[in-house]
Design a protein around this ligand. Structure first.
Ligand SMILES: Cc1cc2nc3c(=O)[nH]c(=O)nc-3n(C[C@H](O)[C@H](O)[C@H](O)COP(=O)(O)O)c2cc1C
Length: 352
């Protein structure tokens, strides 16, 4: 009810302005510890735990990359009931991203279009914030805490040939403070980034990252420090097969999918340039997930993301082969009870 009212007001603002406003309020609210406890209790957890990569997930729903690019909101996102948090995309050096406006709502379709272009504070600033965060939780909570993933990307000005080096430099700064690293080679808003999904390029990046992992000194105690690849929904069958082949040999999991550039999905006369997320992405991203599951076999970890607006879609992702699920646009349209409602629905069998 309250969110419906807040949403009416927020939706009058430019989408990114509203996001910035909500971020500032969440940062302020999470500084008030008793308030955080109240939120946690209101979101009372349902047991749907699982273990993957040696990490404990209290429930399978994570917040997808892009909502908390700079790791400012982790305590609040945990309190809202997400089973894991993915921060980023973070690049080695800070970036301003594309000119505003660059984020757009399509409420009739429960969709967003964004062309943010990896606006973020850079690896060093985000690592520092993550370090402060881990210090702020007690050593007990440190172990039991929902896993925090960091999603890394390439700086815009870096050529494809120099991409591996750029990813490794970001990895070296951020990976020690994260439970898992997601390699973003699928954002449509950095020119040519998606070419890094080609098998030779992807293999080169993954090989360099694996080497970096073997040298790294991790500050987080748990887990096997997986390297996960996030793919686009716009790959054709042959391309998907190539990506899966490389991933199975060289990565520890796949996230399917990022936003789509297929404007026809929105069924509107005019669609802004950028990546489409939300309900119109559901079918496409789930089809890619299902095909990926067929290609990688039953044991390989997959994360399903794209168009999860409620527990029905989350259940469909699990049924299509996902071990874990994520959402972003659902949080914008359904509000702060999004994670609680999805997890509740899943625990009773996928009814919204
Ligand atoms: C405004 C916005 C910003 C995003 N930024 C990133 C990002 O920085 N890195 C990334 O890997 N995905 C990013 N995404 C994609 C989401 O993580 C997710 O893959 C996609 O939105 C599909 O999920 P959804 O339909 O639940 O939103 C972004 C999505 C939105 C809507």
């Amino acid at each position: 009810m309250i969110y419906e009212l807040a949403k009416k007001l927020l939706f009058r603002l430019d989408a990114e302005t509203a996001h910035d406003l909500v971020t500032r309020q969440m940062v302020r609210a999470q500084g008030i510890t008793p308030l955080l406890s109240v939120v946690r209790r209101a979101m009372a957890r349902q047991a749907m735990s699982r273990t993957l990569w040696g990490l404990q997930f209290e429930n399978p729903l994570g917040i997808a990359a892009g909502f908390d690019k700079n790791a400012e909101l982790v305590p609040m996102l945990v309190a809202l009931g997400f089973g894991f948090i993915e921060v980023g995309t973070v690049t080695l050096r800070p970036q301003a991203g594309n000119p505003r406006p660059r984020m757009f709502r399509y409420p009739g379709r429960e969709a967003l279009v964004n062309r943010l272009g990896f606006n973020n504070e850079g690896a060093t600033a985000v690592a520092e914030r993550m370090r402060r965060y881990w210090h702020s939780v007690s050593s007990e909570a440190f172990r039991a805490h929902p896993p925090v993933f960091v999603n890394i990307g390439k700086n815009k000005e870096v050529s494809l040939e120099a991409a591996a080096e750029n990813y490794v430099a970001a990895y070296e700064i951020l990976a020690p403070l994260a439970d898992a690293v997601v390699v973003n080679v699928s954002s449509p808003n950095t020119p040519s980034l998606r070419d890094l999904q080609r098998p030779e390029q992807l293999a080169q990046i993954l090989s360099a990252l694996r080497e970096a992992r073997s040298r790294a000194r991790f500050e987080r105690p748990a887990g096997t420090h997986p390297i996960i690849v996030k793919i686009a929904p716009d790959l054709d069958r042959a391309q998907l097969a190539e990506v899966c082949d490389v991933a199975v040999r060289m990565a520890d999991g796949l996230t399917a999918t990022n936003t789509t550039i297929d404007k026809a999905r929105l069924e509107m006369d005019f669609v802004e340039a950028g990546g489409i997320s939300g309900y119109p992405l559901f079918e496409l991203s789930t089809a890619i997930l299902r095909e990926a599951r067929r290609l990688v076999g039953s044991e390989y970890p997959l994360i399903g993301v794209g168009g999860v607006m409620g527990s029905r879609e989350a259940m469909a992702k699990l049924e299509a082969g996902a071990n874990l699920v994520q959402g972003y646009t659902g949080l914008i349209y359904r509000g702060p009870a999004f994670a609680r409602d999805v997890v509740r629905g899943l625990s009773v069998g996928g009814v919204r």
